[in-house]
Design a protein around this ligand. Structure first.
Ligand SMILES: [Mg+2]
Length: 117
């Protein structure tokens, strides 16, 4: 069954402001493993779409931070993760029923060859 990962942008992705620890290459690797991926950020949806487009990554969803629950409604999956860098990310995850992974923990885990679990 599917697993889904939502990425915050600023402070989480390397292309954020400020840059975070998740490279776009890492995002591609995770997508290649079969995860459904997308972003959930305070950036507007069109800004989020432009970022992914600019990097040639086709994502399943782009939502505002308080709309993470919409993603769950739209995509049936076994596991839902949100990766972010702030308390707001943790709160949004809890409210939407996602497992929150602090960005630095996620990077360390992946660099050690482990997928999120
Ligand atoms: Mg952030």
């Amino acid at each position: 069954m599917a697993k889904l990962i939502s990425f915050d942008i600023d402070g989480t992705l390397e292309v954020g402001e400020p840059p975070g620890g998740i490279t776009m290459e890492l995002v591609r690797q995770v997508q290649d493993l079969g995860y459904l991926i997308g972003s959930c950020s305070d950036r507007t949806v069109s800004e989020q779409q432009r970022i992914w487009l600019d990097h040639g990554i086709k994502v399943e969803f782009t939502v505002l931070k308080h709309r993470l629950n919409d993603v769950k409604d739209q995509f049936p999956a076994d596991k839902y993760y949100h990766i972010g860098d702030t308390e707001a990310d943790r709160r949004a995850s809890l409210q939407a029923g996602f497992d929150f992974r602090p960005v630095d923990d996620a990077v360390v885990q992946w660099l050690n060859g482990l997928s999120p679990q």
